[in-house]
Write a protein that binds this ligand. Structure first.
Ligand SMILES: CC(C)(COP(=O)(O)OP(=O)(O)OC[C@H]1O[C@@H](n2cnc3c(N)ncnc32)[C@H](O)[C@@H]1OP(=O)(O)O)[C@@H](O)C(=O)NCCC(=O)NCCS
Length: 189
């Protein structure tokens, strides 16, 4: 049975639903050019983005969260429930897509790995999803490492499949994990 994933702890982070008072900080983080370097959307409209986040707690498919460290907004976690590809009769809403971003001064301490692990825990344990995917630019080494450290499998390497404003056509990776792989990985630990 599906249960609400937040609040939850992952390492030093508290993952929780967004609150109205987070709006300014989450928009500032999302529009920080350092953080956006490898994001597809490199700028968001502040009001529309704040509105998107305000509606998340009422959504049946968007379980994105605030990552808090000692009371500070440390990052954003993205978790959307989606459908796979399939013929009529395919069970709906069994897949998830995750993503994450951290305040730049907090990078390199393992927090990105904690954040992604918290999203995977939410996806598999609370939301009972069957498969989770995450995509990143091949040049985004820290992001690829975060996914690999959490046991995700690289299943696609798209050669020059993505346009980067500074770098031109660059490679993209897609990672995935199945619920049974998540369970098996935890049994081994
Ligand atoms: C991606 C991001 C969340 C990583 O967060 P983080 O807290 O720095 O990640 P961690 O410290 O948990 O792990 C990073 C890993 O990448 C490695 N790494 C980082 N930069 C690297 C580089 N240039 N070359 C090789 N390894 C690198 C680190 O050594 C570490 O691996 P290790 O533990 O095996 O040593 C953070 O950099 C971020 O928010 N980036 C901007 C937003 C973004 O790009 N999000 C992902 C979009 S797909």
């Amino acid at each position: 049975m599906r249960t609400a994933p937040w609040p939850a702890r992952s390492g030093a982070l508290l993952l929780r639903d967004p609150l109205p008072e987070d709006a300014d900080q989450l928009v500032a983080l999302r529009n920080n050019p350092v953080v956006n370097r490898f994001m597809l959307r490199t700028h968001v409209d502040p009001d529309a983005y704040a509105q998107e986040w305000a509606s998340i707690p009422d959504s049946d498919t968007d379980f994105s969260c605030i990552a808090e460290l000692n009371g500070r907004l440390a990052g954003l976690g993205f978790l959307d429930i989606t459908d796979g590809w399939g013929q009529p009769g395919m069970p709906r809403g069994t897949q998830g897509i995750i993503g994450y971003m951290l305040q730049p001064d907090l990078a390199g301490r393992g927090l990105g790995t904690d954040l992604a692990r918290g999203l995977l825990t939410a996806a598999f344990d609370a939301l009972q999803l069957r498969r989770v995917t995450a995509s990143c630019n091949a040049d985004n080494v820290a992001s690829a490492r975060v996914l690999e450290k959490n046991g995700m499998r690289r299943e696609q390497h798209g050669i020059e499949d993505s346009w980067h404003a500074d770098l031109g056509w660059v490679d993209g990776y897609q990672y995935a994990m199945l619920a049974r792989e998540w369970t098996a990985a935890r049994t081994v630990q």
